[in-house]
Design a protein around this ligand. Sequence first.
Ligand code: SAH
Ligand code: SF4
Ligand code: F3S
Length: 478
Amino acid sequence: MLYDNNPTIEGVKTMDEAIQGSVFFKENTATGTIPGIKYFYIESYGCQMNFSDSEIVASILGDVGYAPTRNMEESDLILVNTCSIREKAEETVRKRLKIFELIKKRRPGMKVGVLGCMAERLKKQWLEEEKLVDLVVGPDAYRDLPNLIGAAEEGGRMINVLLSREETYADISPVRLESNGVTAFISIMRGCDNMCSFCVVPFTRGRERSRDPYSVVAEANDLFQKGYREVTLLGQNVDSYKWNNPETNEHTDFGDLLAMTAAVHPDLRVRFSTSHPKDMTDKVLHTMAAHDNICKYIHLPVQSGSSRILEMMNRTYDRAWYMNRMDSIRRILPDAAVSSDIITGFCSETEVDHQDTLSIIEWSGYCMSYMFSYSERPGTLAARKYPDDVPEDTKKRRLTEVINLQRSISLNCNRKDIGKTFRVLIERDSSKSSAEFCGRNSQNSMCVFPKKAGLKPGDYVNVKIFDANSATLLGEIV
Ligand code: SAH
Ligand code: SF4
Ligand code: F3S
């Protein structure tokens, strides 16, 4: 799970940072258009699932003659792939629409489409409320985009928000937008059946369904042939991945899929996200231990350290269960790093519950967490059942305490790595200097180090760490 395209550049993310999202082709670099070709511009918000979906959309549009542009001023179609996870995420999208409105005034023929979770949540309300919007397309309806765009060009205002029990887009080769050519995401499943009481995802993404494992392996293989060296398998709850071959009755679970993907090539790293504490099995941990190229990093969101709150959240595990899963990780994968998601100020949360959250963060020693204050989402179980009764300033104060604790743990964690040598996959130039590369170690820590002649993104190097802050390890190639 996944709500930022680059989760670990900072050790700590506040709610604001995490929902900001990233934008494909956001900067207005003039690219020059070719007469006769139509151009689309797409921005994505929310989790990696949405970023991955935008690559599927790009592929579908490419098949009907649309090319991507970085410059919305020269586009014929602006698409915004939206997120509903918190109110703030939706507000961000509304603000972007104001900008698109200005552009549309200058380009009257241009169409504007809302995709993704906010399209699914608000459905035809979009067409009633926002004159600007020509297309509303939910996450399972992207194959219909060419028809809908065609009808919009004829002057229609089109909507398709049907959810599907089968759609996995397994046969569509994503067009890798904004790629570093080294790391890529592969969606292995869609939807979620969990019904955590705070969460809007089951409503916006529909029922859980898994993708044919052979199509996943084929995609990983194709990426490796093209020079990619790391894939991240994506799902809201990867541990519940399951696929039955109807012809052979062969059964594939997540552990099997991990092993199959790891077998593509020893130089292809495999990551995955998100793991759910209720479903994460020792089999998966043993599979990770058995393959050097499966990265020793697990995102295992706890949400709260209080068993009472976890029960109200409908997470279906309690504090003791979570601690048992952490114990298994430490036993089977002693070198693994674990990260988490935390929500502060959920309905009825007391100071005692909050202390339980602080203590489980400390006990777990997360290398990194995404931290949020609770934002009530219309239609969710919590919105229907429990009053949102923790005052806003209490939610924020608890969030600050959680952030401060996490920051100090991240710093200590990183400091412990000083003096160690890690195998790092070079991803790109560091953001601060073109004289330096950056890349991650197996535990997903970002390492920055001076370049050496002859090396390029996609190469593996051994990096010895000599300094660290809460977000980054600094080292040199040895
Ligand atoms: N499938 C993933 C989570 C996807 S949403 C999982 O189960 O872990 C990403 C994170 O957003 C969640 O883990 C949760 O911490 C946070 N989140 C979801 N709904 C929220 C809400 N209503 N208010 C605040 N944070 C929320
Ligand atoms: Fe939301 Fe829970 Fe599903 Fe994650 S597992 S997407 S938090 S309902
Ligand atoms: Fe992802 Fe946001 Fe939808 S987190 S699944 S884009 S609500």
